[in-house]
Design a protein around this ligand. Sequence first.
Ligand code: ADP
Length: 463
Amino acid sequence: MKVLFCSSEIVPFAKTGGLADVAGALPASLKQQGVDVVLAMPEYRGIEIACGDRLSPDLSCSLTPQGIRIYFIRNDRYFKREGLYGDGRGDYPDNLERFAFYCRGALSAIKQTGFRPDIIHCNEWQTGLIPVFLNRVLARDPFYKDIKTVLSLHNLAYQGVFPLSDFEKLRIDYRLSDSRGLEIYGKINLLKAGIELCDAVNTVSPTYAREILTPEFGCGLEGVLAKRKHVFGILNGLDYEIWDSLRDKFVFKRYSVDSAEDKAVNKSGLQKEAGLPVSSHVPLLGMVARLAEQKGLELLCSVLEDISPDEAQIVVLGTGEERYHRLLAASQDRHPRLLRAYLKFDEGLAHKIYAGADLFLMPSRYEPCGLGQMISLKYGTIPLVFRTGGLADTVSAQNGFVFETYDKEHLLAAIRRATSAYKDKPAWQRLVNKAFGYDFSWQRAAAEYLRLYRRICQTASCR
Ligand code: ADP
């Protein structure tokens, strides 16, 4: 089985969120299961390519740290910029041309190098034009005949929407500009186009796969999704090469279930670093997240006035929308002994929080899969989550704290349940010890993807 895996961000080359983690880990697991996999992503600023790897002015080929071949699609005007998708002023206005260039580049790279995949695995709106070009533009070229496409949806809120007047920039058949092609609600929508024209659609947890068929979670695409025979749900895995409390290079002290007492060193280290009172009696609640509406920061900040600094301490690390930067900064000013907010992207500090916190907060309004809860379990840190998407598939009363009604009162009640459970030290330690035992490895997810690839290669289509 040959697979071209296309993602606009891949660890360790570029990352803004969980997509990059997935794209860095899933292909390696597929390779272990015998898949011949090649990656393709844009060549952003900061990615160093050796001269010998340059195959043509707009294509380089290199290897990932796991020895997987990767195509970098190059266009300095489009990709050598400050951000991946935008800068402080918002999304780049030419994202349509940028990612159309990337999709065309990935498709021409396979022909140029002679790597003819059975499957092109697309991810998110940035790759939504690949099924369009493949099935509508390149259909007569025998090289591309019978190549199947899978589109993985990691977050329905991001769809790649552009004004219809931009359509001509794509230089494709004008008939694709209507609702049977790229258009929905009077705009070009790249995710919608990908959903309609790929051979199989999946999302990153079974619960989210069901949720997105409803108006509440479908972000306007529930009708397009409902037209498909299946929307598969495959829970993401976790890369235990990166996330392992015993081998972690960032934490204050490494530990495992057999040396769980060393977790306390990480807690006091984090309390000290955060300028919070150092105490083993007060449970420390951590949160690491993109500061986006989905993540529940307003809800979290709304309960702070009801929590005393003797009851809990909270450390938040995140960066994103300006309004949440302001909200967190103001909340920290108001509750300096309760909340420490770090407003930046910091890999090392993220690891310190997963290790040093007693509880990990994910009050997300929706969460396609979520990695934080899986990471925190591996660090013996107990997740506290809203029951939605992948959080509902991975956290229960067995291994964490769950609230089921999305309001202040129910979040506060869950925090109170957790902080009072923390007081029973032996019972808490049992919960912590059990947490280490959860295994969300990529092998299981990769095996499920492989089954999906085989299924669409064998059948005409899962459309
Ligand atoms: P999403 O994909 O919606 O961003 P996930 O929970 O799937 O959410 O993945 C988030 C990933 O990004 C995790 O690995 C988390 O540790 C990391 N992350 C998010 N914000 C930061 C930050 N400010 N600093 C360091 N890591 C971060």
